[in-house]
Structure formats: structure tokens, C-alpha cells
Design a protein around this ligand. Structure first.
Ligand code: NAD
Ligand code: DAU
Length: 335
């Protein structure tokens, strides 16, 4: 099988490529990535000489290139996106361009080239916010209610995928998953930002009251779920993927990180809240479990330990990122 992975130099896409080629070494993967600030070929160093892997430096908004690249692949796994909510608040334009127009261009090419499966990687953020202290979870019946430019652009891309499935019979699947964490995550996101700041003896910026809730999913569990969707998922269906059974607030996550890194709470700094900050996300992934036999392999604490260890052992990787443009962004965001 030949797969086109878009955004494969980013956090989840690179984990997915490494996972896939280890499990299915006979398959071929083409990675199409624009290498924005979030794309990093160092993530794929261990497979750069693998003859079954190739990299194309390009934009999913480039129609001609996308048509050419999709002309001889079986499956598309679409990760490429602008992915950080805070950046979408600073400037929505690249989010609309890549997440909406880029997805449209890929879908057009997929129809034209009769792709056997188009898997779209989406997010739980398209469903908006759940109230704190409720037991409710997002499920297959939850209506769309995106509240940030990022989530609105992802919602638009989900709608386009469904429209192409209905109108042109494109064989699609969609997954809406919760907050990922793990190796190679760009240190603008909460968990890698906290860990790397602590190693650098800097404070952890906590938005608002710190009582926001996210449903943390380890990236390898996410990759396994996409694998099962590609192997056993039903065409036209949407799959929900989450990591936790119980709520955990951002402050609780930070306290666990502080404890594991032998630090105290003087390393926390409360900062101005994110505008329109979604209070709580929680995913009901029971249908995915029933249908595909998927569930997270280990618990949050074990995965957090693994993640901290990875960032301690791979300081060159993130120290190269936390320079120049990253520091400019950090200053603007946390001024
Ligand atoms: P990321 O920001 O780490 O990586 C995005 C990748 O896409 C980068 O390699 C970047 O260079 C590439 N890219 C961006 N614009 C492009 C373009 N126009 N053409 C080609 N490549 C382009 O993102 P991530 O965290 O790995 O997220 C991957 C996907 O998963 C996204 O679609 C995101 O919306 C979704 N998602 C992420 C999470 C999460 O917690 N990280 C949770 C749910 C869903
Ligand atoms: O839910 C899935 C989504 O998870 C994905 O679709 C997005 O691509 C991904 O970025 C992530 O979005 P969040 O906004 O939830 O993730 P982030 O890591 O930015 O923030 C997690 C929580 O931590 C959120 O409540 C905001 C808070 N936070 C974040 C940062 C960066 C802070 O308190 N301080 C910070 O400095």
C-alpha cells in the first residue's frame, strides 16, 4: 500500500509515519509538508534513508503539486494544518488558508485520482466547550459549535470532507480526537511548554484560574486508533478518540509535572487568560472501543513520565526550536 501523509513533519504526523513504517515496513509513505515553523525533519531522521519513505517539500494549497503527488497513492492521511489556538487568535489567515482551502484542494485531487481512502484528522474543539463539573462528554450526536478561528477552520474542513463523501462518493473517514501529548510535540503546547520551561528554570504560564479541563491522549495511542480506522473503519464514518475516563484540570496536570520533576509550585505563573477559552473537553470514545477494539494502552501518569523523560533526553531537539522566531512569538504571546 502507498500512503500520502500530509503534515508528516509535524508532531502527530511524524509519530504516525514512524509508527506505520515500523509496523508495516513493506508499505510506502510519501510525506508532503510545507515545513512551517511547526514542521521539523529532525523528527524523521531515523527513517530518512528508508527506501520506502520519501519527502516532498510543498504546500497542500498548491493544486498542481497536490494533483501530481496524489496521482499514484492509495490512501491519504491528512494531518497538515495550522494547529495552535493561540496563534489563530493572533492571526487567523494561515488557518483559513491551510485548514480550509488546503483541505479543499486535497479533496479535489483525491476525487480526481480515485483515492481508495481519505482519512481526515480532526479535533474535539469543533464541538465547542462543555461546562465544568458536568459529566457530559462529546459524542457522535454533539452539534458543531467551534469558538476559535482554529476550531472554526477545522470545523469547515470536516464539513468539506463530508460534502465530498456525499456528493462525489469519495471514500472518507474522519477522526475527532482530544489533546495529544508525547515525543516531538512543539513546545508551544501546554505539556511540552511546561516541561521544557522547568528544565530551563523558567516559570510555567497558566492561563486564567488554571481550572480548564482537557482530555489527554498519548500520541502513540492516537496513531494506533488511526491504524485501526484505516484497517477496519467504516467508509463515511466519524470516530471519536480520547485518552481519559475522568476529568483532570490544567492545574492538576502541572502539579503532577512539578512532582515528577522535583519542583515546587513557586514555578507557576498565572497569566492573562486566552480569549474565548473553552472550559472543558471530554470525549466519549466508547463507540470506537466497541467497533474497533481500541483503547488507550496505559494511564496518563505513565505516559506523562515517558514524555518528561523524552524531553529530558532530547534537549538538543527542543533547544534548537526555542530560539529566534519562537522567542519572538513567546514574547508576543506572554507579554
Ligand atoms: P503540528 O502543528 O505539530 O504540525 C502540522 C504540520 O503540518 C507541520 O509539519 C507543518 O509544516 C505542516 N503544514 C502546515 N501547513 C501546511 C501546508 N499548507 N502544506 C503542507 N504542510 C503544512 O500539528 P499536530 O499537533 O501534529 O496536528 C496534526 C493534525 O492533528 C492537525 O490537523 C490538528 O488539527 C489535528 N489535531 C491535533 C491535536 C493535538 O493535540 N496536537 C488534537 C486533535 C487534532
Ligand atoms: O483538543 C484538541 C486540540 O488540543 C487540538 O485540536 C489543537 O491542535 C491542540 O493545540 C490542542 O488545543 P488546546 O488549546 O487545548 O491546547 P494547548 O496545549 O494550547 O492548551 C491546553 C490547555 O492549557 C488549555 O486549557 C490552555 C492551557 N494553557 C496553554 C498554554 C499554551 C495554559 O494554561 N498556558 C499556556 O501557556
Amino acid at each position: 500500500m502507498k500512503l500520502l501523509v500530509t503534515g508528516g513533519a509535524g508532531f502527530i504526523g511524524s509519530n504516525f509515519i514512524l509508527y506505520w513504517l515500523k509496523k508495516y515496513p513493506q508499505d510506502k509513505i510519501v510525506n508532503l509538508d510545507k515545513l512551517t515553523y511547526a514542521g521539523n525533519l529532525e523528527n524523521l531522521k531515523s527513517i530518512e534513508k528508508n527506501p520506502n519513505f520519501s519527502f516532498i517539500h510543498g504546500d497542500i494549497c498548491n493544486q498542481q503539486l497536490v494533483n501530481q503527488v496524489t496521482s499514484n497513492v492509495d490512501v491519504i492521511v491528512h494531518f497538515a494544518a495550522e494547529s495552535h489556538v493561540d496563534r489563530s487568535i493572533l492571526d487567523a489567515a494561515p488557518f483559513i488558508k491551510t485548514n480550509v482551502e488546503g483541505t479543499y484542494i486535497l479533496l479535489e485531487a483525491a476525487v480526481k485520482n480515485k483515492i481508495k481512502r481519505f482519512h481526515h484528522v480532526s479535533t474535539d474543539e469543533v464541538f465547542g466547550a462543555l461546562p465544568l463539573n458536568s459529566r457530559g462528554k462529546f459524542n457522535e450526536k454533539t452539534p458543531y459549535n467551534p469558538r476559535s478561528p482554529y476550531s472554526a477552520s477545522k470545523a469547515a474542513s470536516d464539513h468539506l470532507v463530508r460534502a465530498y463523501a456525499t456528493t462525489y462518493n469519495l471514500p472518507t473517514t474522519i477522526s475527532n480526537c482530544s489533546n495529544n501529548f508525547g515525543p516531538f510535540q512543539f513546545p508551544e503546547k501546554f505539556i511540552p511548554l511546561a516541561i521544557t520551561n522547568l528544565i530551563e528554570e523558567k516559570k510555567i504560564p497558566v492561563y486564567g484560574d488554571g481550572l480548564y479541563v482537557r482530555d489527554w491522549l498519548y500520541v502513540e495511542d492516537h496513531c494506533k486508533a488511526i491504524d485501526l480506522i484505516l484497517q477496519k473503519g467504516k467508509i463515511g464514518k466519524t470516530y471519536f478518540i480520547g485518552g481519559l475516563a475522568d476529568d483532570i484540570s490544567n492545574m492538576e496536570v502541572i502539579k503532577k509535572i512539578l512532582k515528577l520533576m522535583n519542583k515546587n509550585e513557586s514555578n507557576i505563573e498565572y497569566v492573562k487568560d486566552r480569549p474565548g477559552h473553552d472550559r472543558r473537553y471530554a470525549i466519549d470514545w466508547s463507540k470506537t472501543q466497541e467497533e474497533l477494539g481500541w483503547n488507550p494502552q496505559f494511564g496518563f501518569d505513565d505516559y506523562l513520565k515517558l514524555t518528561i523523560k523524552w524531553f529530558i533526553n532530547n534537549q538538543d531537539w527542543w533547544k534548537r526550536i526555542k530560539t529566534g522566531k519562537y522567542l519572538e512569538y513567546y514574547k508576543k504571546q506572554y507579554a
